[in-house]
Write a protein that binds this ligand. Structure first.
Ligand SMILES: Cc1cc2nc3c(=O)[nH]c(=O)nc-3n(C[C@H](O)[C@H](O)[C@H](O)COP(=O)(O)OP(=O)(O)OC[C@H]3O[C@@H](n4cnc5c(N)ncnc54)[C@H](O)[C@@H]3O)c2cc1C
Length: 387
């Protein structure tokens, strides 16, 4: 089947209204596709955490006209780098040099990003409470069955996250997500005093990240080596205070301002490499295709890239099969090295053996800023395909 009969050809079902699904739906809609987005949750957009959007992701959002709205809700990074638990800087990012070379790096509350994407999509295409359980390729296109009924299309985009149903149905031999060996806590808090400096503080098998947001609130995360599925008997906030309560300011203050009910904890998983992101008229996007560890802060940025790339290629090529072959080739070449880099970065940042930690920190202190900045080029130099 190369695209389905007339009538289904420019009709797509997008499974999942996360960042990948919403961006893809907007991009396709702008190119004249009829799009239906099926989302199993009854609300769109996770609460309670922030997101770094890098120049590559922002260029993807610009391509769908959402960049300005997102920048309005976001805060440009002013200071970033790595510190040790006493607060001593190990490496500082030259933000002015970064911006000049690559463009903006912003921090946003996820809710703000979802608001912008929802507005750009409009209410029409989105069906909430529709959990997809079957995706069948037929002679006439693809039939998608979900908890609210059946939808048909010429193309299905599986943007349904790390535990993707679409992937389970059509990539039955794909290995399951693998535990990275560490867990992450996240929260957004209103600090007692202003916090303007962001960045990450690295210890032994533990780290803490701070990202000031536009409205004065602060997004923070902590990460620690832990067995999968572990939880803290006296509560997650108590565990965070035990681990990070004596680290440098403003960390103790951020923990003091944390409402335990809003603290999120997730074990970090990544998806082993898939041999292909497409099967016939079905393509995977975002975490469904390549969930990675969050060490580069790129998962959502790459999901945005996937979405605008898929839409541009589907527009450029007259049949879906050719477009998806090009999508698969381009996106795997782009994403796979970053998935590996993210994994390696995580290993370095989670080191716990004292001599290795000493060496790592010493290396960071002496490493020159220029090459470090230039080293980001393979991650950040990406432009949406034209046409
Ligand atoms: C601790 C942590 C920090 C991170 N920080 C950053 C960061 O700073 N910057 C960054 O770029 N990335 C970051 N990421 C990664 C980023 O969050 C993800 O890569 C991104 O959210 C993936 O978006 P997605 O749309 O592919 O998937 P998801 O956000 O998982 O969306 C999938 C959607 O599909 C829906 N769905 C699932 N199954 C079905 C079904 N059967 N039927 C219908 N709907 C379904 C779900 O309800 C959900 O709405 C971080 C991740 C973690 C864990």
């Amino acid at each position: 089947m190369a695209g389905g009969p007339i009538g289904q050809q420019r009709r797509a079902v997008v499974v999942g209204a996360g960042i990948a699904g919403l961006t893809a739906a907007i991009a396709l809609q702008q190119r004249g596709w009829q799009v239906e987005v099926l989302e199993r949750a009854t609300e769109v957009g996770p609460a309670g955490s922030g997101l770094s959007l890098w120049p590559n992701g922002l260029r993807g959002l610009d391509a769908i006209g959402a960049g300005a709205g997102v920048r309005e809700q976001a805060l440009s990074a002013t200071e970033a780098g790595m510190r040790d638990p006493s607060g001593r800087w190990l490496a500082r990012t030259d933000i002015a040099g970064f911006r000049e070379r690559y463009g903006d790096l912003v921090l946003i509350h996820r809710t703000g990003l979802f608001e912008v994407l929802r507005r750009a999509l409009g209410d029409g295409p989105l069906t909430l409470g529709a959990a997809v359980h079957s995706v069948v390729v037929t002679e006439g296109g693809v039939r998608v069955e979900h908890s609210l009924g059946t939808s048909t299309a010429g193309l299905v985009l599986g943007a349904d996250g790390i535990n993707s149903t679409v992937r389970a149905l059509h990539w039955p031999d794909a290995p399951p997500p693998a535990y990275a060996g560490y867990t992450a806590w996240r929260a957004i808090v209103t600090p007692r005093g202003p916090v303007t400096s962001g960045g990450e503080t690295i210890g032994r098998g533990e780290r803490f990240g701070i990202a000031p947001l536009r409205d004065g609130r602060v997004y923070f995360y902590g990460a620690a080596d832990q067995p999968a599925g572990a939880s803290s008997p006296d509560g997650e906030l108590a565990e965070l205070r035990r681990r990070f309560g004596t680290w440098h300011d403003p960390i103790p203050g951020l923990l003091a301002a944390t409402d335990p009910a809003t603290l999120l904890r997730h074990d970090i998983y990544e998806l082993p490499r898939l041999r292909s992101y497409t099967r016939g008229p079905i393509a995977l996007l975002g975490d469904a295709a390549h969930a990675m560890t969050p060490n580069l802060g790129q998962g959502a940025n790459l999901a945005i890239e996937d979405a605008v790339t898929a839409a541009a290629l589907l527009d450029r090529h007259s049949d879906i099969a050719t477009a998806l072959t090009a999508y698969d080739r381009l996106r795997r070449a782009r994403v796979e090295p970053l998935q590996r880099l993210s994994r390696r970065t995580g290993i370095a940042l989670q080191l716990s053996w004292a001599p290795a930690v000493l060496l790592r920190d010493a290396f960071m202190r002496i490493a020159p800023v220029g090459p470090a900045l230039r080293g980001l080029a393979p991650v950040l130099n990406w432009d949406p395909p034209t046409g």
